[in-house]
Design a protein around this ligand. Structure first.
Ligand SMILES: Cc1cc2nc3c(=O)[nH]c(=O)nc-3n(C[C@H](O)[C@H](O)[C@H](O)COP(=O)(O)OP(=O)(O)OC[C@H]3O[C@@H](n4cnc5c(N)ncnc54)[C@H](O)[C@@H]3O)c2cc1C
Length: 112
């Protein structure tokens, strides 16, 4: 089972010792699952500070403005990835594919 701790603006969570993070996650999972969980057989803690973008209000509008400006000035330079369209892998793949199609179109080619 994988659990994530903290969010944007809660960087102090990353400073907690592994044992403390494990204890919090174990306790909170028990609450969420509605049953006391047994002690885990094995655990591992990885720290991914700043790995996931969290968009402030107005993000989609700002990205739209940036894309329109780029399209006008540099049509073969496009924005793609988690920083723009969503953090899940499927949406990142779609974002990359869309970007590739836009570049091909800008170059006068066909993406089929
Ligand atoms: C711990 C963790 C768990 C996650 N779990 C899930 C999950 O279960 N399901 C899910 O859907 N999503 C998950 N995500 C989110 C998802 O993995 C990311 O949002 C997604 O991989 C981001 O894709 P990306 O292409 O935008 O960026 P990345 O995958 O970060 O790709 C960017 C690439 O650019 C390269 N790069 C960086 N700088 C340069 C440079 N200057 N020149 C050349 N190359 C450069 C990097 O090496 C990297 O290969 C998770 C993320 C994290 C951090």
């Amino acid at each position: 089972m994988r659990a994530s701790v903290g969010r944007y603006g809660e960087e102090t969570q990353l400073q907690r010792p592994d044992e403390e993070l494990m204890a919090i996650v174990h306790r909170e999972l028990s609450v969420v699952l509605g049953t006391p969980l047994p002690a885990p057989v094995a655990t591992a803690v990885k720290r991914w500070g700043g790995a996931l973008p969290q968009y402030p209000p107005g993000h989609a509008d700002r990205v739209g403005v940036a894309r329109a400006a780029l399209r006008a000035a540099h049509p073969t330079l496009v924005l793609a990835g988690a920083g723009y369209d969503g953090v899940g892998i499927p949406v990142c793949v779609r974002s990359g594919e869309t970007a590739a199609e836009e570049i091909i179109t800008a170059l006068g080619g066909s993406d089929t």
